[in-house]
Structure formats: structure tokens, C-alpha cells
Write a protein that binds this ligand. Structure first.
Ligand code: PBG
Length: 307
């Protein structure tokens, strides 16, 4: 009765990995219970999530062809765009979010175009805007840029508005740290950088003040929601960002956080269900409104069942 914090499945978002084809369901080794699927199979997972009360999904695409500029990202016939159209049609109550980034689509695996040895921030902005507009055209409710290029929220907002997509919201991955906890995701999305790392554009795990500046810039540029990522090791950032801004805030419990709990539970070293619920409760208690988690459907079912 006097419990201070409660979890609500409506605030969970389930990430899904989609590729072209039919009847495809390929397990992701480092993320037990997660799959790369074709669009038809994705509908099954999205429907299970919606039936459990999960509020939304976040789509990641794995294209057939990668190139230097990631042109698959704005292909209106790409698997993400196809999945958006189907979800909006089949599951109208589900919020459809898309990850906007080039790393799944570039052959070098970086989040932007390369000039010399580094990512060219400004040349990347226009490509991200094309990707976001393509997702909006397919019907996405929320586009979520995860690339961490400077200035992308403003450029994406302007591009969406210019095409008439005033209603499409932007969830900005504002404080995204250069984290070891993304390891399993890079297998899932086939997006590991082929050279170097992402430390030039993602944040130093040691910095908190910088997160507040990044968040402020994104709000000024027109973000509707902001995000802290990863979640578990950065709960102080979640709490500070919420206190400083009062803005709608998402936290992303990333692939490595998920994999650690799954791996320890598989070995019988921890009680997986309890650890799952405790980790989510901690993220909520810190101040996140929305939790993006690979546990979304399972945790929603636990909540439905009651404890
Ligand atoms: C794309 C992106 C990444 C994640 C979400 N969007 C990977 C990265 O930046 O390397 C990570 C998600 C996860 O680990 O679950 N830039």
C-alpha cells in the first residue's frame, strides 16, 4: 500500500531486430530469448508484447547490403519501413519507435560517414534526416536518433516539419555513453565498428555534467523526450537529468545488462525473475518514465500475474 515506486508495462518499450525475408527467426546467441526476425515473425513478437500491455516497440534494421554511407537506412522498401507500416496497421495501440542511426547500414560500422579516419559529423546530419523522414513516411510515431552526432535533433526536426511530419516525435539518445555493455547488441545488429571505436561521439563514462549539457542542447533543438543509456550503471545520471529538466525521460537497459542477468540466471547463480524486476524497479525509482528493455514482455507478464 505504501510502496513508493510501481512499474507499469505501458511504460516499457521492447527493442526488435528486423531483416528482410519471410519466416525468418534467428536466435541471437548472446541475448537468450531475442531474435533477428523477418517482418511477418516480428508481428508475432510485437503482438505478444502488446497483449501483455507493453507500451511500445523500438525497431532496429539489418539491411541486406551495407555501403559507405549507409544508404539502406532511407530505403522506403527496407525491412524497418515495411515493419512500421505493418505494425501501425495491425497493432494500432502500440507506439512504434525507430532507432535512427547509420551503424547498422554502413560497411565500416560507424554511426556516420567517414572522412579520413574519423566520422564527419556535419556530413552525417543530412543522411540521418533522410532516414528519420523515411521512417516517418512509413508511419513511425517516434524517431530515436542514437548516433550522437552534434546538432542532429535540430536537423531532424526541421526535415520532419518540412515534409509535413509535425506530429512525429523525437526521442533523443541524449546521454549515450561509450559503453562495454553494448557488446551483445553489436552481434544482434551486426554493427560492430570495423576500425577504431565510438569514443569520439559517445560520452566518457566518467562524465555527468556533460550529460546535463547534452540533454539541454537536445531539448533546445526540439527533442520531445530524452534518453540516458545504458541505464543500470548510470542511475545517477537518470536521477540528475530528471531533476534538472523534468522532461519525459527514457532509460535504455542495454544488451549487456540484459545478457548478464540472463547468463547468471541460466547458471542458477541468481534468481532471474527477481533480478529482472529489481533492475527495472531501480531504473524507475531513479526517475525514468519510459524503460527500453529486452525484458519488456516477460516483465509485463510478471506484473500482470501479480506477486
Ligand atoms: C546504434 C545503437 C547501439 C545501441 C542502440 N543503438 C549500439 C552502439 O552504439 O554501439 C545499443 C543497444 C544495446 O546494447 O542494447 N548506434
Amino acid at each position: 500500500m505504501v510502496r513508493e515506486t510501481r512499474l507499469d508495462p505501458a511504460s516499457f518499450v521492447l527493442p526488435l531486430f528486423v531483416r528482410s525475408g519471410a519466416g525468418l527467426r534467428q536466435p541471437i546467441g548472446s541475448m537468450p530469448g531475442c531474435f533477428q526476425t523477418s517482418v511477418d515473425e516480428l508481428l508475432i513478437d510485437a503482438r505478444m508484447a502488446a497483449d501483455a500491455g507493453v507500451g511500445g516497440v523500438m525497431l532496429f534494421g539489418i539491411p541486406d547490403h551495407k555501403d559507405a554511407i549507409g544508404s539502406g537506412a532511407w530505403d522506403d522498401a527496407g525491412p524497418v519501413q515495411e515493419a512500421i507500416r505493418m505494425l501501425v496497421r495491425e497493432l494500432p495501440d502500440l507506439v512504434v519507435m525507430t532507432d535512427v542511426c547509420l551503424c547498422e547500414y554502413t560497411d565500416h560500422g560507424h554511426c556516420g560517414v567517414i572522412k579520413g579516419e574519423t566520422v564527419d559529423n556535419d556530413a552525417t546530419l543530412e543522411l540521418l534526416a533522410r532516414e528519420a523522414v523515411s521512417h516517418a513516411r512509413a508511419g513511425a510515431h517516434v524517431v530515436a536518433p542514437s548516433d550522437m552526432m552534434d546538432g542532429r535533433v535540430g536537423v531532424i526536426r526541421a526535415a520532419l516539419d518540412a515534409e509535413g511530419f509535425h506530429e512525429t516525435s523525437i526521442l533523443s539518445y541524449s546521454a549515450k555513453y561509450a559503453s562495454a555493455f553494448y557488446g551483445p547488441f553489436r552481434e544482434a545488429a551486426e554493427s560492430a565498428p570495423q576500425f577504431g571505436d565510438r569514443r569520439a561521439y559517445q560520452m566518457d563514462p566518467a562524465n555527468a555534467e556533460e550529460a546535463l549539457r547534452e540533454v539541454q542542447l537536445d531539448i533546445e533543438e526540439g527533442a520531445d523526450m530524452i534518453m540516458v543509456k545504458p541505464a543500470g550503471p548510470y542511475l545517477d545520471i537518470v536521477a540528475r537529468v530528471k531533476a534538472a529538466t523534468g522532461y519525459p525521460l527514457a532509460a535504455y537497459q542495454v544488451s549487456g545488462e540484459f545478457a548478464m542477468i540472463q547468463a547468471a540466471a541460466e547458471r542458477g547463480w541468481i534468481d532471474g525473475e527477481r533480478a529482472m524486476m529489481e533492475s527495472l524497479l531501480g531504473i524507475r525509482r531513479a526517475g525514468a518514465d519510459v524503460i527500453i528493455t529486452y525484458f519488456a514482455t516477460e516483465a509485463a507478464r510478471v506484473l500482470r500475474r501479480g506477486r
